[in-house]
Design a protein around this ligand. Sequence first.
Ligand SMILES: *Cc1c(COP(=O)(O)O)cnc(C)c1O
Length: 396
Amino acid sequence: MKKIYLDHGATTAVDSEVLQKMLPYFSDVFGNGSSQHFFGREALAAIDTAREDVAKALNCKSSEIYFVSGGSEADNMAIKGYALAHKDKGNHIITSKIEHPAVLETCRKLEKYGFEVTYLDVDKEGFVTPQALKAAIKDTTILITIMMVNNEIGTIEPIKELASIAKEHKIAFHTDAVQAVGNIPVDIQDLGVDMLSLSAHKFYGPKGVGVLYKKNGVRIQRFLDGGEQERNLRASTLNTPGIVGCAEALKKAIKNMDENNKKTQAVRDHFVERVIKEIPHIYYNGPKDVTKRIPGNSDFSFIGIEGEGILFHLDINGIAVSSGSACSSGSLDPSHVLLAIGIPMEVAHGSIRFSFGKENTIEDADYTVDVLKKTVEQLRAMSPIYEELLKELGNV
Ligand SMILES: *Cc1c(COP(=O)(O)O)cnc(C)c1O
């Protein structure tokens, strides 16, 4: 059976060259990077090199790179760490309605601790507007956290502009760049952010490792108590193979970015074009301007049917996709992102994200459209609400 992976927004396979670079650090160079003997020094040397490589790739200093367990932890560490270290200055945080749960749930937790959070509306394509951000700023605002790229609809937010507004008001700015790093250029000096999160498994690196960039001089509370690793901000023995893999994957993703993006975008565009032409009564969610959307992302709502039904049919035909957000799969609530961009609740239920990667081909896209067309037809023929919804929504 065919096996086509169109869920790169959820995770990617470790690149084989990256894996080779990681292997010696499991049992050959196994020392604890904090140990004072040869074994430890050897591991620490690899970690230092990885830290310098990551800093160079992002255009920042190696002293500003903190290795953590992934994107979720980097988001938690940045937001909770900053809020708790500055609660004497103010208790207001600004974020958006379309953030990843790692940011949204962190903000909700802070509300329970007495912080006040503004969740900004976005426009129909998922953009946070500079005007909306300006209007939300108060005297008590201490932190703004807006994602660089949305994980469901691929929207590339105007982070440089948003961060400059924060700077004008002397408010710290964090961005969850997990879907950006490795997919589009990320230059920290150019963006002007104070903190940034990334995760290796989204760019063909290993799972369970990520980075928090924190500008020198920006104060946060330590996140994991215990040893003095990561300049005393995060205890826990450093994950040498993961850190080496993260740096290798990042270097490779940046080196091959133009070439990979050209190919991935061509496959994605071909897929999108065919779906729009051949399947009636759908919404193509997210930016229509390809320069404002990451190259591999596409997201559709199919009126009158359930995303889970489509996912199931594609799955038994060897195609892996995601319905709504993988992070809330199992829950019956439609995606908070699609609701925030104004997709009606009944329509949002019938949504699928197809996220392409560097190994996907035009043939993968064609096979998927062929299966999808049949699936949508069959499910609509059985749908008790399809005809009624069409009347209600007008001709979409
Ligand atoms: C995947 C993802 C995360 C979580 O990263 P993990 O390394 O899986 O914890 C956070 N934010 C965004 C936008 C993501 O896509």
